[in-house]
Design a protein around this ligand. Structure first.
Ligand SMILES: [Zn+2]
Length: 344
């Protein structure tokens, strides 16, 4: 009995020292296993009870149980002390008021929206109004009023999403030109930005949903030179002060004469060569333009002999590709924060 007491006393001396020295929870756990674990020193002592005379066993058992309670209480106390100590250390580390704060992730204006805003701002400065309209329109506004009667082959070129026989997702924003002319006598000067839809197969240059900005100016004495001046100014605003604009003859039912509009490639500054953006031509195609067809003016009850006008329509994704030197139109709709942040 006294031998057991001696052993326990010696063991507690080492246990106290080990607990006091434990720098962290892992070391403390190792101490617990060494003394109280399945093969721990106290467990071995308890197994020794079997060898004592029967009369001594109950008292020896009680002595060991009491010792175990004390040791466990000490471990618990040490655990608490360590946890509090860590917390205090963390607290001291964390509250450094001079440390720069972590900046929250900031959103930015989408590149397509930025091109749209810049074009609108340019034309607004020149007295144009920005008009927005429905994305679902009757075929009259998309085709008939634009000198594209039913069965005209030009309708096929628009490859539209029809919702009913006569309602469709607009393939261009021209319906707002028509609505404007229906509601206002000349002079009219508007730009019509917005979403458009065509049944295009999606690839690096095509999406089935895209953005357009069209422009319309109708008044007395308007001629092609006004169009060229305005579009040159727009390109210089978007791409830089040295931009040039050229017109290539084309055909659209709603304008006469009609032209494809190109601007000097802002990536190679018109030099061409091995430029990837313009394919070496030095020019970038912007879209279509021309003088408003007299049939369209007459349909709007305008006097085609007294007023004239021009119109243009550009795809904004195309402008954004060139402006931001992006290789794939799909990147604009993938909601990839890193990509958008890069262009912000
Ligand atoms: Zn180029």
């Amino acid at each position: 009995m006294s031998e057991l007491a001696n052993q326990l006393s010696e063991l507690r001396g080492r246990f106290d020292a080990a607990v006091a020295d434990a720098p962290d929870a892992d070391t403390l756990e190792a101490v617990r296993v060494a003394f109280l674990g399945r093969s721990g020193e106290v467990t071995l002592l308890r197994r020794g009870i079997g060898q004592l005379p029967a009369a001594q066993r109950p008292a020896a058992g009680k002595t060991i149980n009491a010792a175990v309670e004390v040791l466990e209480a000490q471990l618990l106390e040490a655990e608490r002390r360590l946890a509090t100590g860590n917390f205090d250390a963390e607290l001291a580390k964390r509250i450094d008021v001079t440390f720069p704060a972590i900046a929250p992730l900031r959103g930015s204006i989408h590149p397509i929206r930025r091109v749209m805003d810049d074009i609108c701002a340019y034309f607004e400065r020149h007295g144009f109004a920005v008009v927005l309209g429905p994305e679902i329109e009757p075929d009259y506004y998309n085709f008939d009023a634009l000198n594209i009667p039913p069965d005209h082959p030009a309708r096929d070129g628009f490859d539209s999403f029809f919702l009913t026989d006569h309602l469709l997702l607009r393939p261009h924003t021209s319906p707002m030109q028509i609505r404007t002319m229906q509601q206002h006598k000349p002079p009219v000067a508007v730009v019509t930005p917005g979403k458009c839809y065509r049944r295009d197969a999606v690839d690096a240059r095509h999406l089935y949903q895209f953005h357009q900005c069209e422009g319309l100016l109708v008044a007395q004495g308007i001629h092609f030179g006004h169009l060229k001046g305005m579009l040159t100014g727009m390109c210089r605003e978007l791409f830089g002060p040295d931009q040039q604009v050229r017109f290539r003859p084309s055909y659209f039912p709603f304008t006469e004469p009609s032209a494809e509009v190109d601007t000097t490639c802002p990536v190679c500054h018109g030099l061409g060569g091995t430029c990837r953006m313009c394919g070496g031509s030095g020019w970038i195609e912007l879209g279509g333009a021309g003088m408003v067809h007299p049939n369209v003016l007459s349909e709007m009850k305008y006097d085609a002999g007294a007023v004239s006008g021009w119109a243009f329509g550009f795809g904004l994704e195309r402008l954004a590709i060139v402006r931001y030197d992006v290789d794939d139109i799909r990147r604009f709709v993938e909601n990839e924060p890193d990509f958008l942040q890069q262009l912000a």
